[in-house]
Design a protein around this ligand. Sequence first.
Ligand code: ADP
Ligand code: MG
Length: 228
Amino acid sequence: MTVAFGGNRALDGVGMSAERGRVSGLIGPNGAGKSTLFDVVSGLRRPSAGRVVLGGRDVTRMGPARRAGRGLARTFQRLELFGRLTVRDNLLVAAELGPERRRAASAVTAILERLGLTEVAGMTADALPTGVARLVEVGRALAVRPSLLLLDEPAAGQDDAETERFAALLRSLAGDGTAVVLVEHDMGLVMSVCDEVTVLDLGKVIAVGPPEVIRADETVLAAYLGDA
Ligand code: ADP
Ligand code: MG
């Protein structure tokens, strides 16, 4: 995939794959192109070159709604909840469009339970602390029963105990057969849950490999030190 904003190549020939049953990490300094890659994959931004293949099918020309209908869901780095709706209704909106629309209410109840959100189900999204609101976005993404789930910094704003629970959730989603892609700055979380990590810097892939290899990669270290 290639995406240019004026003379700035946010993505410059980037390739990445995600598989069902695995958590794939996507990391890199601020401005590396991670959110832009999610925009291209989810259909919010057309690449100037390259293609997106979902479940063996080229979806590059499909809009976001059709991709969602084919099992793709995402969350946003800058939260995009329906602020005046309750937590439960935020999930219902999605569930009523997904494959479980006939039993949307009970599907939503099960997801709220799984995410530990039952107690805040009746609160409006605007009233939630950021860490909890991010979890609600994950819940809304899950409500369409995705086969590919893209998470853009979902653990930002979570405390240590919340992050630990979130790590277990990601593993269990992969265990269900979901392909999970995790963009995250919390390296402890990335290194503990990911099967494979792709590192972006200035719109290019600079490393791909298992967490223990990425952790020791000098190119990766240099990219992060440059960022600081
Ligand atoms: P990351 O998510 O890795 O922090 P982004 O994908 O948000 O990075 O941004 C990648 C690059 O593209 C940055 O240089 C950013 O300034 C630029 N960029 C992102 N979105 C836009 C936009 N809508 N218009 C112009 N430049 C953009
Ligand atoms: Mg980003």
